[in-house]
Structures are given as structure tokens and as C-alpha cells.
Design a protein around this ligand. Structure first.
Ligand SMILES: *[C@@H]1O[C@H](CO)[C@@H](O)[C@H](O)[C@H]1NC(C)=O
Ligand SMILES: *[C@@H]1O[C@H](CO)[C@@H](O)[C@H](O)[C@H]1NC(C)=O
Ligand SMILES: *[C@@H]1O[C@H](CO)[C@@H](O)[C@H](O)[C@H]1NC(C)=O
Length: 501
């Protein structure tokens, strides 16, 4: 796996890095917070700045100070509206990253009636990674204190709070949720690619976990393992854990381009590459805010390999859910891992289909590895020549299931053209065979017999069966294409024909 070498470099940098200065780190402070022991609240010493986002104010935001209720009015915090708090992660350059503004603005454009606070803990995040990790408890405690103060001073209920934390910020949110006192929990926590190093495999009290809020969801986008580490945590940490494209890696983030990035940006090129897949979690969430009509559905499954067989597209008993802000907040008894594919760009939504095809391979003992494509005709659009990937070829007489994804909504599927690509090598051979053994007929040429194709559309949960248009000739030969139409329709047509004759 030599091509992932740069990633290990980054991880070494993350864990032992010498490039970050230790500023403002209060020695020992984290120890005191470690076991959730409350130390004397020091109003002035809060490391976290709570800044109310307002579009008009650009990046010069109004800061709300704990124990100073007048700052709530000054900043126009509306206590009758819900609160979303955006919490950033580890910082390489000590600046707020641009996604924060994108997300805050997306919230405002979707829903004017909302308070958006940016929790700025840069002074404790812009440090060696392991120290920033230790600081997550302190910041979690400060956020918990802030929310308790809001509740006592303005009767602002914690159930109305949604913490959204990216990377280390996800664990900060978790600590905030577990440190807040009293029996009631924060409303919701969303972890966006929660950080992996020094959290993976830890007990639930040492990382984000489902206990930290009434509802916890997480989106995992960069869990590519290397040297025992991954940038994003791989294990489930929420009520619903989403693994877009399997969670390891994201389309459009080509890690193989890392060398180009290094050539271009020097060592920073590594962070460019790593950021792409890690930060995808953020952009998937923003997508769910901006594209109301393009909400992505994800499906409960064991792993991406099983998902790619198309067998997990069920929505029965809460087996599927919506990725991002508009998730259905039904708490499952046990955490669920949900899978989906996405596009490489916003809007990320794709449409998932399970195809189930019973093949009869006439040369039973020989395994065929045909290149198959389907062209789909829908009521809205067509999709041409979509490749079918069958992991282990086609053998004998067996039903195969596989997943097909489409970038666009084709409407109701009406017709399928099924093609065996390539040149017809058999044609010539068969001519020869017929010349030598004249009683064989071309009709016996080996081919694949496909009588029906069963399709399930994940997004609509619709199940359809397609039958060969010409039932007298169901054998598919190489370089041929066959057409399949909805059986309901063809059978009705046949009935009509029968009645007429
Ligand atoms: C706060 O929000 C409520 C509910 O939308 C609204 O009725 C009220 O006018 C708002 N208060 C202020 C001060 O804007
Ligand atoms: C395929 O298998 C089924 C049962 O497994 C059998 O009934 C059928 O005759 C077989 N078809 C062919 C063409 O081998
Ligand atoms: C049946 O097929 C015809 C064309 O053969 C098409 O016009 C019609 O919309 C189809 N109806 C249904 C219900 O699929």
C-alpha cells in the first residue's frame, strides 16, 4: 500500500508534530476536567468564544459572554428559537476554516428562525494534536457550563440545542453532552467525521457516544486505515452512523493525487488531500440544508461489500434514514450503520437500485465474465450504458444481485435494455462448426438466458419485474442487446391479444 505513504507521514505529523507552538495551554487544567470534576468556574478564563452568527456582520461576529445576560440582547439571541452550535476541530493554522461560514450561512438560508453560534476554541485547538485532544474535555466542559447558564438565566432548554462538531469538535460535543449536569440531555449532537487518532477503540466515556444527547448521528468519511490509525474514527459512535461510499474514502478526493499536491503545495499538499475526504462529511451535511429536494437516503447494512450487492435497500422498520440535518430522529434500540453512495459534487444524492437477474449460462462448466451494461428508460430521463459489475463472473444457473446507482432521477423505470458488450467471437466459430457438423443450428449457440429482471428502487421502495419483450427469443449472445419491459404491462398486452383473437 505504498501509495498511502503520505498519509502515514501526516499521521506522524499529527501525533508528534513539531510545527505547532504551544500557546495558552494551561498546564494541568485538563487533568482537573478529566473525570468530569467541576473546578471553580472562572467566568473570565473561558477559552471558548461563543459567537452569534449573523449574515450581515460578515466575519466580525458578536460574542456572547457567560454570566453577562446583556450580551444575549446585544447580540440579538432569540431565546424562543432553537440553537445550533458549530464546533470546529484541530487547527493547523489557527484560523477558522471556510466551511464554518458555509455551514452557518446554509442554516440561515434554510431557516431564518434559528440561532447559530460558532464555538471558537482555536486557542486550544491550534496545538500539537495530542494536546488538542486533551483540551477537548476542557472545551466540552465550557460548552456545558455555557448551556447551563443559558438555561438558568433565560430558561433556554437544553433539549433545544443541536451541537455540530467536526473532527475533534465531534468529541468536544460528546464531552459537552456528558458533562452537562442534571438528568436531562442536550437535544441532538451531530459528529462530522469524528477524529480517530487517540479516540478509536476508547470506552464510550472517552469519546462521542450515543449517551451524550437525546439523539446522536455521525457521518464517517475518511476512515482509511493506515498504520493502525485513520483520520476519522471507524467505529460507530452514534444512534445512526452514516458511511457514505463505505466511509473509507470519498469520490473526487483521489488520494493518488497526493504527490501532485505535494509538488504544488509542499508538505501542505498532504493536508489538502486529507482534508478533502475528511471535510466531505461537512459538505454532505451542508448539502442536506441547501438541497431540500435532493435529500440522500442511506440504508442499514453490515458493510459496503454487502451493500454493493444491492441487498440492503430496505426501509422497513427504520432500516433506512435521511443523511444530514433532516434525519428522522427515531432512536433505534441498537446503533445502526447506514450506507449509501454519493456523487463527487454537490448535490451529492444518487439513486440506488437493486437488480436481481437469474442467469442460465448454457455452458455450465465454464464461468463467463461478460461485460454487461444496462440502459434504463424512465418516465423522466434515460440512463445509457450503465456498467454492471459482477464480482465473480456468471456460472451455471443462478440468481445474481447487484447495485446500480444513477446520478439523476429518471422517474419510474419503464424499460431496460440489457447488453452483452464486445464483439461476437462465437459467430465465426459457429459458422465453422455448422459447416463441419451440419445438423447443429445457430440457435444452439451458447449464450445467457435471462427471462426476467427484478428491480427494487431504494429511494421509492418500488419493486418491479421486467420481462423479455420477445419471449420466443430470450437468449442473449455477445454483442447483442435485449429489451425488457414491465411484466405487468406485457402480460396485460398478451391478455388483451388473447381476448381479441
Ligand atoms: C423571536 O422569535 C419569535 C418566534 O419566531 C418571534 O415571534 C419574536 O418576534 C422573536 N423575537 C425577536 C426579539 O426578534
Ligand atoms: C435451473 O435450476 C432450477 C432449479 O435450481 C431447475 O429447475 C432448472 O431446470 C434449471 N435450468 C436449467 C436450464 O438448467
Ligand atoms: C405499457 O406499455 C405501453 C407501450 O407498449 C406504454 O405506452 C404504457 O405506458 C405502459 N403502461 C404501463 C402501465 O406500464
Amino acid at each position: 500500500m505504498g501509495r498511502f505513504q503520505p498519509l502515514s507521514l501526516l499521521l506522524i505529523l499529527l501525533l508528534t508534530g513539531q510545527t505547532w507552538t504551544q500557546k495558552g495551554h494551561r498546564k494541568g487544567a485538563t487533568e482537573e476536567y478529566r473525570h468530569g470534576i467541576r473546578i471553580q468556574k472562572d467566568q473570565q478564563a473561558s477559552e471558548t468564544k461563543f459567537k452569534l452568527y449573523e449574515e450581515a456582520r460578515d466575519e466580525d461576529l458578536c460574542q456572547i459572554l457567560s454570566f453577562q445576560p446583556e450580551t444575549l440582547d446585544k447580540c440579538s439571541f432569540n431565546t424562543s428559537l432553537p440553537l445550533v452550535m458549530i464546533i470546529h476541530g484541530w487547527s493547523v493554522d489557527g484560523m477558522l476554516e471556510s466551511w464554518i461560514w458555509k455551514m452557518a450561512s446554509a442554516f440561515k438560508s434554510r431557516q431564518k428562525q434559528i440561532n447559530v453560534i460558532i464555538a471558537d476554541w482555536l486557542s486550544m485547538a491550534h496545538m500539537h494534536y495530542p494536546i488538542a485532544v486533551q483540551n477537548t474535555r476542557l472545551i466540552g466542559q465550557e460548552i456545558a457550563d455555557f448551556l447551563e447558564w443559558l438555561e438558568s438565566s433565560s430558561q433556554f432548554p437544553r433539549s433545544n440545542v443541536h451541537l455540530i462538531g467536526y473532527s475533534l469538535g465531534a468529541h468536544v460535543s460528546g464531552f459537552a453532552g456528558s458533562y452537562i449536569s442534571g438528568p436531562n440531555k442536550i437535544g441532538r449532537i451531530t459528529g462530522l467525521d469524528p477524529a480517530g487518532p487517540l479516540f478509536e477503540g476508547m470506552s464510550s466515556t472517552d469519546r462521542l457516544s450515543p449517551d451524550d444527547a437525546n439523539f446522536v448521528d455521525a457521518i464517517h468519511t475518511f476512515t482509511q486505515q493506515h498504520m493502525g490509525f485513520s483520520v476519522g474514527i471507524n467505529q460507530p459512535v452514534a444512534h445512526y452512523d452514516f458511511y457514505p461510499n463505505g466511509g473509507n474514502f470519498q469520490p473526487g478526493c483521489h488520494i493518488r493525487h497526493v504527490y501532485d499536491h505535494i509538488a504544488q503545495f509542499g508538505i501542505l499538499g498532504i493536508t489538502q488531500t486529507v482534508k478533502c475526504a475528511h471535510e466531505r462529511s461537512v459538505h454532505l451535511f451542508i448539502d442536506s440544508l441547501l438541497n431540500d429536494d435532493k435529500q440522500s437516503t442511506a440504508y442499514w447494512c453490515n458493510d459496503i461489500t454487502t451493500f454493493d450487492k444491492g441487498v440492503c435497500l430496505s426501509c422497513r422498520k427504520n432500516r433506512c434514514n435521511t443523511l444530514g440535518y433532516n434525519i428522522r430522529k427515531m432512536r433505534p434500540q441498537r446503533g445502526k450503520k447506514l450506507f449509501l453512495h454519493t456523487r463527487a459534487h454537490m448535490p451529492y444524492k444518487v439513486y440506488h437500485y437493486q437488480f436481481k437477474i437469474h442467469f442460465i449460462n448454457q455452458i455450465e462448466e465454464k464461468q463467463l465474465e461478460p461485460t454487461l451494461t444496462v440502459s434504463l428508460t424512465g418516465t423522466k430521463e434515460d440512463a445509457e450504458n450503465v456498467p454492471i459489475t459482477l464480482a465473480d463472473g456468471i456460472k451455471g444457473n443462478k440468481t445474481y444481485s447487484f447495485l446500480i446507482t444513477l446520478d439523476m432521477d429518471i422517474g419510474d423505470l419503464m424499460m431496460i435494455k440489457f447488453k452483452w458488450e464486445g464483439i461476437d467471437v462465437w459467430a465465426n466459430i459457429w459458422d465453422t462448426v455448422q459447416t463441419i457438423i451440419p445438423w447443429t443450428t445457430g440457435g444452439n449457440r451458447p449464450g445467457l438466458i435471462v427471462k426476467t429482471i427484478r428491480v427494487k428502487a431504494g429511494e421509492t421502495q418500488q419493486k418491479m419485474t421486467f420481462c423479455s419483450q420477445n419471449l420466443d427469443n430470450v437468449k442473449l449472445l455477445q454483442a447483442q442487446e435485449k429489451t425488457y419491459v414491465r411484466c405487468e404491462n406485457s402480460s396485460r398486452k398478451r391478455e388483451r391479444k388473447a381476448r381479441m383473437s
